[in-house]
Write a protein that binds this ligand. Sequence first.
Ligand code: ATP
Length: 212
Amino acid sequence: MKAQGYFGGTFDPIHNGHLSVAQQLIDKLALETLWFLPAGSPWQRTPQADAQHRLAMVKLALSNYPYFKVDEREVHRQGLTYTIDTLKEIRAEQGGSVPLWFVIGADSFLNLTTWHNWQELLNYCHLAVACRPDYSVNEDKLSPQLRSLLIKHYDSDPQNVNDPAGKLSIINIEESPISATAVRHCLQQHKDIQSVVPNSVYHYIHQHHLYQ
Ligand code: ATP
């Protein structure tokens, strides 16, 4: 059974770093589809652009990629966004046997133990951690909680995972230094961002005067 992937994020805005991660992960995890899952009201931060703008930019950025899709559920949900709630819903919809991969960057992994009910996440999905510059996931440098999670759930061959959930893989990719923080910062300083966001997103940001 082909695995499904989910890539959660604030996407404030979506940038070429997200697309680079997504393109590499779809191959490295042998995914049928990678669903982008923009957060509505993330509980740990307040996005600068509202959810409808962030969703619109994700849709524009993905329009040329048939194997990337958008899952809008978190944008339409009332209240704060918790990943565990979303994963429970997705698992109930997809059934118990399909392998589900939730994709996060290394910075998110290092922060994982602050997530709501983080100990339950691996009951519903596998976790794929994409490498990111400046965030080391070296086992020796992890907190004790993350180290024991990694030791217990580590899987070195994510392409051949048939279980529905419970594995944790660190995925070595060609790393991208782009971040949404840097994109917003450039815009505030009137610097050009054309090389770090898709063209359609570049035009959308300027048309709607976002991040100024
Ligand atoms: P910000 O700078 O505002 O924190 P971000 O660039 O990290 O934003 P998010 O939307 O918060 O973007 O990220 C969604 C997911 O994508 C997170 O799990 C994050 O770790 C991951 N991610 C974002 N950019 C990269 C990148 N360049 N390399 C690897 N992972 C990334």
